[in-house]
Design a protein around this ligand. Structure first.
Ligand code: UFG
Length: 339
């Protein structure tokens, strides 16, 4: 029988791509999502891609009652937990919401899982736990440094899981530190919601390519990087999704907890990203160099060897794939359709 997985936040950007990767790998997947930051039409799109019905339960991870109902109705082999708030700037303005959803949601989920005897969890963490790292490419052994409340919630979330797995050998957790996800599903039916006001570089570039925004602001060209602009390790969201499948396989087969970076191990500057997107979209992409964005890190690049050793994970998609799939998605009817 197929193993059954609960995907909290499974209708979001990374969650929906992971849903497709898990179904492709033969898992039976149930989505639990509050739709606070996900489009209502995502489940239909997922069904279109897989050709199978999608099971979605609407609910909030902070509700123990809702979770008990979910675990009471079905048994689950593991949970992949995406449901969380993720905007750095917003976390500075609304820290309580971030602690409430990201940490309150996590501990409520863990208690409900424990009560139901489901003790395998894959956790969405972030490269932001490294703050401004001393070493790049950054290894998993780099120390924790919080830069903002969002980062604090990811650090404490990891610590909660480390304490839990140390206290109880029945528990195992896969902690995945994402670098910068980019791109969209090859079907062009699933991607990052283009209607959000973009904080992040890739969706911003996409909106300028579409002609919906005038020009890109490049936040600083005086960093100690080859062209002076910020360098990031962009990873195709389909590669990232596959990393979750491998983490889950490992948890279910061997019961081994792990903490790994999910990145490519290669960095690209803001200007390189603009050039790559220009080639993929064949559009003019005007930009202006502006001041640095407060709190920005000059370089984030993953040491990618541990994910390769522990999970057998290596990325397959290129920067061109990220840009072309983003462009195919954002220019598709699917992306523009209203709920
Ligand atoms: N940038 C611009 N202009 C923009 C947006 C971004 O020049 O309009 C630059 C930034 O200065 C940075 C790079 O593009 O150099 C990437 O910025 P993003 O906002 O896309 O991503 P960040 O790396 O700042 O942050 C993202 C997530 C965080 C996560 C981090 C981990 O938003 O949650 O990746 O690498 F912690």
């Amino acid at each position: 029988m197929a193993k059954r997985i609960l995907l909290t936040g499974g209708a979001g950007y990374i969650g929906s791509h992971t849903y497709l990767a898990l179904v492709e790998a033969g898992y039976d997947v149930v989505i639990f999502d509050s739709f606070a930051n996900a489009r209502r039409d995502v489940p239909d799109r997922l069904a279109q891609v897989t050709g199978k019905p999608v099971t979605v339960i609407e609910g909030d991870v902070r509700s123990r009652q809702a979770l008990d109902q979910v675990f009471g109705d079905r048994s689950f082999d593991a949970v992949v937990h995406f449901a969380a708030l993720k905007a750095v700037g917003e976390s500075v303005e609304r820290p309580l919401d971030y602690f409430d959803v990201n940490l309150g949601g996590l501990t409520t989920l863990l208690k409900a899982m424990d009560a139901a005897g489901c003790r395998r969890l894959v956790f969405s963490s972030s490269a932001c736990v490294y703050g401004i790292p001393d070493e790049t490419p950054t290894p998993e052994t780099a120390e924790y440094r919080a830069m903002n409340p969002y980062g604090q919630t990811k650090i404490v979330g990891e610590q909660v899981l480390t304490a839990l797995t140390a206290a109880n050998p029945d528990w195992a957790a896969g902690i995945l530190r994402y670098f910068n996800p980019a791109g969209a599903h090859r079907s062009a039916l699933i991607g990052e919601d283009p209607r959000d006001i973009p904080n992040n570089l890739m969706p911003y570039i996409a909106r300028v390519a579409l002609g919906e925004l005038d020009r890109i602001s490049v936040f600083g060209d005086d960093y100690d990087t080859p062209d002076g602009t910020g360098v990031r390790d962009y990873i195709h969201v389909e590669d990232l999704a596959r990393g979750h499948v491998l983490s889950l396989d490992r948890l279910l087969d061997a019961g081994d907890s792990h903490v790994v970076n999910l990145g490519t191990g290669r960095g690209h500057s803001v200007l390189e990203m603009i050039e790559a997107y220009k080639r993929a979209s064949n559009r003019d992409l005007p930009y202006t160099i502006t001041d640095r964005r407060p709190g920005d890190v000059p370089v984030y690049v993953a040491r990618a060897d541990k994910a390769a050793q522990v999970l057998g994970f290596t990325t397959e998609k290129t920067l061109e794939d990220m840009c072309s799939s983003s462009w195919a998605w954002i220019t598709s009817d699917a992306a523009r359709r209203e709920d």
